[in-house]
Design a protein around this ligand. Structure first.
Ligand code: ZN
Length: 315
């Protein structure tokens, strides 16, 4: 095993799966590995699954990375400790993720919010390159966001800036959000939210890819479940654009795998509700896909290793 300078291990700890890979200084990934998140088994189980996955990548690559960059669901303090997590990751709140992983891996670790990490990825290596401001929204198991201002990701007062998933919406039914709030966007427009709507309308449980398949075949119930999500999401995104005037809106997350049947109505409804020049906001899909988070977190870890202050990447 050789210690590879400028090669970092990237980790993406989500509510459904954990991904890991090597990331070089140009943002190129290799040796991608995935495992299911033991999301309801507590922080120790999640940390163990993550470090086991990292060991697998190291064994396969025969390289010891010099640092680890982690993007995870939840709100983090500047030292990599979870300030708040939703029930997608049970017991995660209060966990010193950077400290615990550094102890296990014996390399420096940087941990930030997963969508903040994805925004760095897109900004430095993806579709956001060359842009100084943009808003990024990821729609997956949860819904997260990041706001880039003057090339920096806005942390906000408590580290949760951009959390559009927890904006209350007017919905036809009352539903609890993963954060404990009521009728937040995430409860209706995330992957589990769409599945829940379909279950309520059809009385029958289907997973998201299947809902997409039957919707494309014209199934009215599946189309209605998707439409509730796209309507509510688009209205929140239009509000976001109205407030921020970001010029560019980047969408990511697993729900976009539904394809045009999800994306087109969102884009149409967002732009239809805005006036010039906001209606000219560029809406695009993440170019790094599900690797954006690992690439962004790794780049930040590399900066940390080079002695740069991580806080300077944030506004
Ligand atoms: Zn919420």
């Amino acid at each position: 095993m050789t210690l590879a300078s400028n090669v970092v291990i990237g980790l993406d700890i989500g509510g459904t799966k954990i991904s890991a890979c090597l990331v070089d200084q140009r943002g190129q990934t290799s040796f991608v590995a995935r495992t299911a998140t033991p999301a309801q088994d507590g922080a120790e189980a999640i940390l163990s699954a993550a470090s086991t996955l990292v060991e697998q990548v190291i064994q396969a690559a025969k390289i010891v990375p010099t640092a680890c960059g982690i993007g995870s669901a939840g709100t983090f303090d500047t030292g990599g400790r979870v300030l708040q997590a939703t029930n997608h990751l049970a017991g995660w709140t209060g966990t010193d993720v950077s400290g615990a992983m550094a102890e296990r891996l014996r390399i420096p670790v940087v941990t930030i919010n997963d969508v903040h990490a994805a925004a760095f990825g897109e900004l430095w290596f993806g579709i956001g390159r060359g842009q100084n401001q943009l808003a990024m929204i990821a729609i997956g198991t949860g819904i997260g966001g990041a706001i880039v201002v003057d090339g920096r990701v806005l942390r906000g007062n408590s580290g949760r800036a951009g959390a559009v998933g927890h904006i209350p919406v007017t919905a036809p039914t009352t539903r609890m959000c993963s954060c404990g709030g009521q009728n937040h966007l995430e409860a209706f427009a995330s992957g589990p939210g769409i599945e829940r709507t379909y279950l309520e309308l059809a009385g029958d449980r289907l997973d998201l890819p299947t809902i997409g398949d039957v919707a494309r075949q014209g199934d009215a119930t599946a189309l209605a479940a998707i439409q509730l999500a796209t309507d509510l999401l688009a209205d929140v995104l239009a509000d976001l654009i109205t407030v921020l005037d970001p010029g560019s809106l980047v969408l990511g997350g697993g729900v976009l795998e539904l394809g045009k049947i999800f994306l087109d109505p969102v884009v149409d409804r967002v732009l239809a509700g805005l006036q010039v020049p906001l209606s000219e906001t560029r809406i695009s899909v993440s170019s790094l896909g599900n690797q954006a988070c690992m690439i962004g977190a790794s780049a930040l870890a590399l900066r940390h290793l080079e002695g740069q202050d991580i806080a300077s990447a944030f506004a």
